[in-house]
Structure formats: structure tokens, C-alpha cells
Design a binder for this molecule. Structure first.
Ligand SMILES: [Mn+2]
Length: 425
């Protein structure tokens, strides 16, 4: 099922109700690698949301309830290289455009981009924040596609394989379904590097492999899931202790996902559970709530628990924190909390990720400047014993619904024993 013309019309009407002036939404330019070769094109998410058509250098004007597409059909030599272009009647019917005019006739209306007037940006956030039925269905498709890719990666993982071979498995899976990736994938035995963009490592028995991968479906909607699992073996006792702890923290955070709840509390639940566990295991000493208040947990869990999900993996982050943070709120100065991408009350229709992690990051844990404020509560000897764990993150995609929330990615195993069965099957 794809997004219907009426769905696009309804999104445009909702925007016009909140911002009645004419608005021009551009799909964006084709980026050149050299004068005659381009990078793969992907239209701006605002354009995809309100116009739907993934095509470069076109614009949609919303004015007085009408949607006019500005588009130039290729000339003869353009058609020789790129094909003749679409049938315009079909295009109008598919996406609910009222008219198509030449691109150079596009008027100089207010443009929807990150420099747009505040009132327009607030209106866009208000429309895109809570997903309509069509968007929910698209997100489900993108997450399902992501789940299938992760299964393939789990089954393909073996000692002596290279990380890029596992990446290839993920890419084949989504490409075979007409999809792509929603962000630069992370496929790494060094999970402690949060956004590790390298795939050269060779997997070894006893390693944990961290896979943070999201599909982008054919309409551009994003999935974003992380699993961490042993390479064709079982978790070591230390790995298992931390894995179970991260999973408990993730479940505690998921349990807070419901309309009306502050996402900050979702994050807090993850931090608190994680910190209690670190105290129980002896890495930290002290009162867990107080340790979280001081930011001690951030030595092991330095990022936020999650972010908005939609047409972008970090949805609407092109608008800074305007979507992620409620009006009047700004990021904390405290290390760890400053990376929290989402601080607003959850509402029916919002999609978010929940992805706590534990990381043994030498640049933090072996850095006297970073550890000095926590001398009283860190146990260096015990901390050292967990170095082999490196990095563990568990991430699910969650849709907030009227009655609470739904984990869209529940088909992908995350219980320790289930994972061991899948990776060894
Ligand atoms: Mn994520």
C-alpha cells in the first residue's frame, strides 16, 4: 500500500491551516561528483512528505488550496540520456497535483528550508511530528524491511568474515526489496566507537558484532535498529552480564513510552536502570539516582536514549532541535545529557527509537580528566575487567499510540538466548 493522492492533499491542507501564506517546497538539486556524473539523488524529506515524488530540481507551490508542480520535461538530448520523463496526467493523479508548469515560472514565495520563517517551521513540525495513517503504514514497512535485513546479517556472521561482508548481506536484503539505507550503517566488532564508519575488521570467535542499520523504503521512510550479538558462539560471562543489563535498561525505557510522558523520563529510566546494574556489578559505587544526577553513567552510556523517526532516521534534524525539543527547552551542558536528541512530551502518532548502550571507551575511561570527578564512585579494577565487552547497544523503533506504544520491531530477537540460537543456526 502506498501513500495516496488524498493523503498528500490532506497533509497540504493541514499545513495551510497552520500557515496560510504561499509556500514553495523544493526537492533539491542533483549533487555532482564531477561535471557529468551525479551522486544518487534523494529529495528533501519535506518535499517527499508533502509532494511524494522523488525527483531532482522540481518545486511544489502551495497556494490558496492548490498544489502546483514546477517541472521541466527533459529536452531531446536530456531524454536521450535520462529517458522522456513521466506522463504528467498520471503524475498529477498519483500525487494529487493540480497543475504542472515550467520550472522557471516558479514564483518567489516563502521557501520551506531551515532558513524559513519561524511560523512556517513550527507549522511543519506540528504536521510532521505525529504520523498520519499513511505514514504509520510506511514506517511499518521500513521497519519490517530493516528486521529482515538484520536477520540475514545475524545468520551470515562467522569467524574470519570481514565486516564489509556482513554489510553486503544487509544491503542485498534491502536492495532486493526496492529499498536502500536510511543512514550510514554501523557494522562493527568495535561497538564502542558510536558511529564507526569503517568495515575493514575481521570477525573473530568471541567478538560481539554491533549492527546499527536502517532500511529506507521506496517512499523514503526510515527504519533504524541495532542488535549486538556474538560471532557464531555464545556470550562470554562478562558480555552476558552487560548484555542483560543493557536489555533491562532498554525495557525500562520502553515501559515509559506512552502519550503524555516526557521523553526525558524515558531516557532517565534507561540511565537509572543502567546505573543500578553498574553498581550491582561493582563498576560504580553509590546511590544510583545520585550517580545519574552527576552524570557518572555517561562514562559508559554517553549518548541519548533515542530520537524521532520518520522520513529521516533523525527525523527533522535539518531544523536543528526545533522538532526534537519542546519550545523553550534547550540542550543540557552536562556530558551525556547534551547528546539527548529528544526532550518533549510523547504524543499519539510520534515514532521514536529506544537505544541505550554500554561502551568501554578508552578515551573516556582511561582519561584522568574525565574520570577525576568520579574518583569516589568508580572502581577501576572492576571497570578494567569489563574491557572485553567493548560496545553493546540494543535499539527498537516505537510508535506512540493512543493506548500506549507499540514496538514496531518486535519480530527481531533481542533476548540473549534467542540471539544465540539465531546466530548459530
Ligand atoms: Mn537510532
Amino acid at each position: 500500500m502506498y501513500t495516496q493522492a488524498e493523503d498528500y492533499r490532506q497533509r497540504r491542507r493541514r499545513l495551510a491551516q497552520l500557515f496560510p501564506k504561499p509556500v514553495l517546497i523544493e526537492s533539491g538539486p542533483m549533487l555532482l561528483r564531477n561535471p557529468s556524473q551525479t551522486f544518487p539523488f534523494r529529495a528533501s524529506s519535506h518535499f517527499l512528505y508533502f509532494a511524494g515524488w522523488n525527483h531532482p530540481e522540481v518545486a511544489l507551490l502551495l497556494e490558496d488550496g492548490r498544489a502546483t508542480l514546477y517541472y521541466d520535461r527533459p529536452d531531446v538530448s536530456g531524454a536521450v540520456w535520462e529517458g522522456p520523463g513521466p506522463d504528467l496526467d498520471e503524475l498529477c493523479e498519483r500525487y494529487g497535483f493540480d497543475m504542472v508548469l515550467p520550472f522557471e515560472q516558479a514564483p518567489s514565495a516563502i521557501r520551506l528550508n531551515s532558513q524559513a520563517p519561524e511560523a512556517l517551521l513550527d507549522a511543519v513540525v506540528a504536521v510532521r511530528l505525529r504520523h498520519d495513517a499513511a505514514a504509520r503504514s510506511q514506517l511499518e514497512q521500513a521497519v519490517d524491511m530493516t528486521v529482515r535485513a538484520h536477520f540475514q546479517a545475524m545468520r551470515a556472521t562467522r569467524p574470519e568474515r570481514r565486516e564489509f561482508q556482513i554489510l553486503a548481506t544487509l544491503l542485498v536484503s534491502v536492495t532486493q526489496e526496492g529499498g536502500a539505507t536510511s543512514f550510514t550503517p554501523i557494522v562493527s566488532r568495535r561497538g564502542e566507537i558510536l558511529h564507526n564508519p569503517h568495515y575493514d575488521g575481521t570477525l573473530q570467535k568471541g567478538d560481539l558484532l554491533l549492527v546499527d542499520f536502517g532500511a529506507e523504503n521506496r517512499e523514503g521512510w526510515a527504519g533504524d535498529l541495532t542488535r549486538t550479538f556474538p560471532v557464531r558462539t555464545t556470550f562470554s560471562p562478562r558480555q552476558a552480564e552487560i548484555y542483560e543489563l543493557v536489555l533491562r535498561a532498554q525495557k525500562a525505557a520502553l515501559a515509559e513510552c506512552r502519550p503524555g510522558q516526557e521523553y526525558r523520563e524515558v531516557h532517565r529510566a534507561a540511565c537509572l536502570t543502567m546505573t543500578r546494574g553498574l553498581v550491582d556489578l561493582g563498576l560504580l559505587r553509590g546511590d544510583p539516582a545520585e550517580l545519574v544526577e552527576r552524570g557518572a553513567h555517561a562514562l559508559f552510556f554517553p549518548h541519548g536514549t533515542g530520537h524521532l523517526l520518520g522520513l529521516d532516521c533523525h527525523d527533522m534534524e535539518d531544523l536543528g532541535d526545533r522538532a526534537g525539543y519542546a519550545p523553550g527547552r534547550r540542550r543540557s551542558d552536562q556530558f551525556g545529557l547534551n547528546f539527548l536528541r529528544l526532550d518533549r512530551p510523547l504524543e499519539d502518532g510520534m515514532a521514536v527509537t529506544v537505544e541505550p548502550g554500554f561502551y568501554w571507551i578508552p578515551q573516556l575511561l582511561e582519561n584522568p580528566e574525565r574520570t577525576a570527578p568520579f574518583q569516589d564512585c568508580l572502581d577501576p579494577k572492576t571497570v578494567e575487567a569489563y574491557r572485553e565487552v567493548r560496545g553493546i547497544r540494543i535499539e527498537d523503533d516505537v510508535l506512540i499510540e493512543e493506548a500506549g506504544s507499540r514496538v514496531l520491531s518486535s519480530a527481531l530477537p533481542k533476548e540473549l538466548l534467542e540471539l544465540e540460537i539465531v546466530v548459530n543456526s
